[in-house]
Design a protein. Sequence first.
Length: 195
Amino acid sequence: MKEVVLTKSINFISQYKEYSEEELEKINYGLEGLYLTITKLVIIVLLSIILNIFKEVMIILVLFNIIRYFGFGIHAKKSSECLLSSIFCFIILPYFLLNIKLDNITNLIIGIICIINFLLFAPADTVKRPLKNKKKRMIRKTLTTITGIIFIAISMIFEGSSISTLFIASVIIEVIMINPITYLILRQPYNNYKN
């Protein structure tokens, strides 16, 4: 299905302007990324609707992307790995956590563990985007940690509510994304800036 969509798209684009092979490869790469993002999002949205957590999933996606902007994290090599990990992070984990009312003691314990992870592992780079600049890495570590502290504080203010759970879940997901164990499980190199 993907190849059919990409081929038809490239043929359509090529009708209006002549491109070199290199330009077509870049366009194809961009279209493939767009296709995978849209199909993954459609699946996540459909699952969230089926499980009646659509609003919560949309909120967690926004919160997660805020903290991920600073902390970065792993990207799956294969689209199937990306889809499965996205379903786990944005459907299964929130669904499980939303059915548990977390008190402030639990939020604080989870929060402390997450902040320690941010201090140790954020920001986490990838092979394609190594973070070579030491000053930028330190700024991103600081901003990830501050964002995590704010999210945890908000979760404690709204103790026992779904908002509290969503803020804590977004912090947990970012910890999963930056943790060296995740890189190890998915067989990807860690601390790519050192290479």
